[in-house]
Design a protein around this ligand. Structure first.
Ligand code: ZN
Length: 304
């Protein structure tokens, strides 16, 4: 579980323009599979809909991309709230207290216990909300729970997604406000990036979430670790398995990359907003099941 030294990731060759924004889908979260529609058809439909809508997959690699993606530019009110009319009911409520973590966890979590059959599928939280909803629904049909590290501008553009994640039993965390290269920023700028996203999470859900994952870096630098702690995050969440799904290698390649390397305690880096990742998820979850592994939230994986 020891943190490795931070190192820059290779540049992402698949740089593409950021997607144009899409309005939040109206109404409540999508229901489970409608009658007469198989889960695979539903996922294929969501993927096809995204493709035919001309939405390029989000340029949103967690590590190494050349430029941060720009989501739909929401018009912020002076108080920083979402554009009017508000497109999502804000339900601060009282979130359940998170389970206590075991003592002795390092400041940077790279993987969980190797002697338990639990893995954490962790997602860069950004991109087309229809694809995100399809992915979450697919996970829920298989009884899997995931961890979504949300980018603050994504929450501004699609505030409904915060509760959509939590309502599915998943975990929601912080992935900075703008997904900039935090490793290259000064202390106060890093803190502002983390704190701004934390504010969005708190406003939308009542909690800033437990986990912070640095943007565009696999590992947190000492400066980033300090600023995360200053912003209230005792642990940064890295990962030990990167199937490079953000390069869109195809669903089979994503599933193979995960299943050929996954083991108990793996923290897998994945990305919302990529049709190939949505299409790969059924095979990934089937493969985990065959190996006796269960996809749970990061907190569940780390909690005895
Ligand atoms: Zn990311």
């Amino acid at each position: 579980m020891a943190a490795e030294p931070a190192r820059p990731e290779p540049a992402d060759p698949s740089v593409r323009p950021a997607p144009s924004g899409r309005p939040d889908p109206p109404g409540p979260p999508r229901p489970a599979t409608p009658p007469g529609l198989t889960r695979r058809r539903l996922v294929r439909g969501a993927v096809a809909a995204a493709a035919s809508g001309g939405l390029a997959a989000a340029l949103d690699a967690c590590a190494g991309e050349a430029a941060p993606p720009e989501p739909a530019a929401p018009v912020l009110r002076p108080d920083g709230g979402p554009a009017t009319p508000a497109r999502a009911p804000v339900r601060p409520g009282t979130p359940p207290a998170p389970a206590p973590l075991p003592p002795g966890l390092p400041p940077e979590i790279v993987h969980g216990p190797r002697d338990r059959l639990l893995v954490a599928l962790t997602f860069h939280g950004q991109g087309d909300p229809a694809l995100a909803g399809a992915l979450l629904a697919e996970a829920e049909r298989a009884g899997a729970r995931v961890t979504v590290l949300a980018v603050g501008t994504w929450l501004d553009a699609y505030p409904r997604m915060a509760h959509r994640v939590l309502d599915g039993g998943h975990e929601l965390g912080n992935h900075t406000q703008h997904h900039a290269d935090v490793s290259a920023m000064g202390a106060d700028a890093v803190h502002a990036e983390i704190a701004a996203c934390a504010d969005r999470l708190r406003r939308l859900t009542g909690s800033p979430g437990r986990w912070f994952r640095p943007s565009r870096a696999r590992h947190a630098t000492p400066l980033v670790l300090r600023q995360a702690r200053r912003a209230g995050y005792a642990h940064c969440l890295s990962y030990d398995l990167d199937p490079l799904d953000h390069t869109d290698p195809g669903p089979e390649a994503v599933a193979h990359a995960v299943l050929s390397a996954v083991r108990g305690g793996s923290v897998v880096s994945l990305h919302l907003g990529h049709p190939g990742t949505v299409a790969a998820l059924p095979a990934v979850l089937d493969g985990l099941h065959r190996r006796g592994l269960r996809a749970v939230t990061t907190t569940e994986m780390l909690t005895p």
